[in-house]
Design a protein around this ligand. Structure first.
Ligand code: NG1
Ligand code: MG
Length: 515
């Protein structure tokens, strides 16, 4: 599947978004000319995503169900003359917030990226670095140096908002660098894998959900993303129901900063899930080492899951197990975890290393050094229970979409119930919610939302709600009165507009040739 080349914005955005997008793109292209004195060659584009269900399980390699949203990152590019030293000039339409930068592309070695600083061009650099490494391998004629590029960007995905702003920048950047270097027939999976690796180089050992949703999405469909045995996806049409299924996203305006290495931090959850996998493997007496996989630290709960069934139940290759058997396995793993990981108070490094029969130094070097985490206790039980139960909810949600009950009201209630269970688990078991997100969800449910939950990493950022169309205004109203105007009395109308968005499943990465 190749990244589509669009010649009209109609190929990219839903009808009702066209007027705004037309003006936005015209502004980008005219500002490009003013900035660089010539017309852009092409525009690269990748959207943000909202995760409908399957939270904090992609890095454990379980399936997730996101969809692309209309908000995206667009990048107008022109290739600089090849007889000059290759140089990057990158600017943003929001020049005050994201100041213009210039830098030469080094003749040898990788593009330098200082991941400790929150420099907005780091995500572009990570895309540039990823593409350079890919093309060096692919073209095989020594060190690859990209052509010079003049760039102007415009992003509308709120950053730190759980709608994957970072992934939209990395996917757009990688696509732009590929196209600038003559690779304008880009395989979607190649672009997605490249974006996942690239984003990890700027310090967040994320899963692959965001990049998959940004690259693969087709308008009108949700995306069912699998990570094992390899990254793959299927699109799932939303059934047309009465009342119509409407997804609404609402910002909490609490900045979720994943780079915080405090107890509530993304990287700590990745470490806890990884430790839970190796702990369970040992506790269940698995003989074989867990298989090396594409999870951030190389072994995952999914790897444990498959190895357990292959070894203990003689299953040849568990990734080929039927959905119903897989569901039964997950239910059994929930029960076994309750027995084998009894400590609600969590496990210390000492307890874990002694069970694994390794030194604490080895434990630290293998699991808690790649990304710095500060924690005395690791809540292995809670994290494993959330992951197995959440993986079950994704399967049930997908089945409901694929074979919906006749009655639309029943469908919306069943889907909503699953989303509410996810929110409860994120709040009480995985501890990645926050009071503001909980309040947005309670208010939405009180006004008729069928399902309400945080979306993305949590600890702030965004929420997603399944709302029957005829209840959308009531939900917006209760948020405005009881949340936004109360917490932010001087909120501007524009910020209020941007806070709540009715999200239709949008299209993914696209290249747009400027004619
Ligand atoms: P957000 O918060 O939208 O960037 C993050 C991870 C995802 C996934 C979700 C939780 C990054 C880049 N993305 O999404 O891989 O783990 O949290 O489900 O960190
Ligand atoms: Mg992100």
């Amino acid at each position: 599947m190749e990244v589509p080349q669009a010649t009209s914005l109609r190929d990219i955005y839903p009808e009702d978004a066209l007027p705004v997008q037309q003006k936005r793109w015209e502004n980008l292209l005219s500002q490009f000319k003013d900035t660089y004195g010539r017309q852009a060659d092409f525009v690269s584009r990748s959207p943000g995503r909202v995760n409908i269900i399957g939270e904090h399980i992609d890095y454990s390699l379980y399936e997730v169900l996101p969809m692309a949203i209309t908000a995206d990152f667009i990048m107008a590019v022109s290739v600089r003359p090849s007889n000059e030293k290759p140089r990057i000039r990158i600017a943003n339409v929001q020049s005050a917030k994201f100041p213009a930068r210039e830098f030469d592309i080094p003749a040898e070695g990788d593009i330098p990226i200082d991941a400790t600083e929150h420099e907005w061009t780091n995500y572009f650099k990570s895309g540039l670095r990823g593409v350079s490494q890919l093309l060096e391998k692919k073209r095989g004629n020594g060190h690859f140096v990209s052509v010079g590029m003049d760039i102007l960007c415009d992003g509308t995905v709120p950053s730190g908002g759980g709608l994957s702003s970072s992934a939209s920048v990395v996917c757009t950047s990688a696509l732009a660098v590929l196209a600038a270097n003559g690779e304008d027939r880009v395989d979607k999976k190649e672009l997605c894998e490249l974006a996942i690796v690239s984003e990890r180089s700027v310090g967040v050992n994320s899963g692959g959900m965001d990049q998959a949703a940004s690259v693969f999405s087709l308008r009108g469909s949700a995306l069912y993303v699998t990570f094992k045995p390899k990254l793959d996806y299927t699109t799932i049409e939303f059934p047309t129901t009465d009342p119509e299924l409407t997804f609404v996203t609402a910002q909490s305006f609490v900045a979720a900063d994943k780079h915080v290495t405090g107890p509530i931090c993304y990287n700590l959850r990745v470490v806890e899930c990884t430790l839970a996998a190796v702990f369970l493997a040992k506790a269940f007496g698995l003989k074989r080492e867990l298989p090396e996989d594409s999870s951030p630290l190389g072994v995952s709960l999914r790897g444990f899951h498959d190895t357990y069934y292959e070894e203990k139940h003689g299953v040849a290759d568990n990734t080929k197990t039927s959905v119903s058997d897989f569901e039964a396995q997950l239910r059994e793993l929930v029960r076994l975890t309750e027995d084998y990981l009894p400590q609600e108070e969590g496990y210390t490094r000492g307890e874990i290393s002694s069970l694994l029969d390794i030194s604490e130094d080895e434990l630290n070097s293998r699991f808690t050094s790649k990304f710095p985490v500060r924690a005395e206790r690791f809540l292995l039980r809670q994290r494993a229970l959330h992951v197995f139960n959440e993986a079950l909810r994704v399967l049930k949600f997908r089945q409901l979409l694929s074979s919906p009950p006749e009655d639309g009201k029943e469908l919306i209630k069943s889907l909503g119930d699953l989303m509410n269970e996810t929110q409860t688990s994120c709040r009480d078991v995985y501890d990645c919610s926050c009071p503001e997100l909980d309040e947005l969800c309670d208010l939405a449910r009180s006004a008729g939302a069928a399902g309400s939950r945080l979306t993305g990493a949590g600890w702030g950022g965004c929420s997603v709600h399944l709302v029957p169309k005829d209840k959308v205004d009531a939900v917006k109203k209760v948020w405005e009165e009881k949340y936004y105007r109360r917490k932010f009395p001087d909120i501007t109308e524009q910020k209020l507009q941007d806070a709540v968005v009715v999200s239709k499943p949008g299209s993914g990465s696209t290249l747009f040739k400027v004619l």
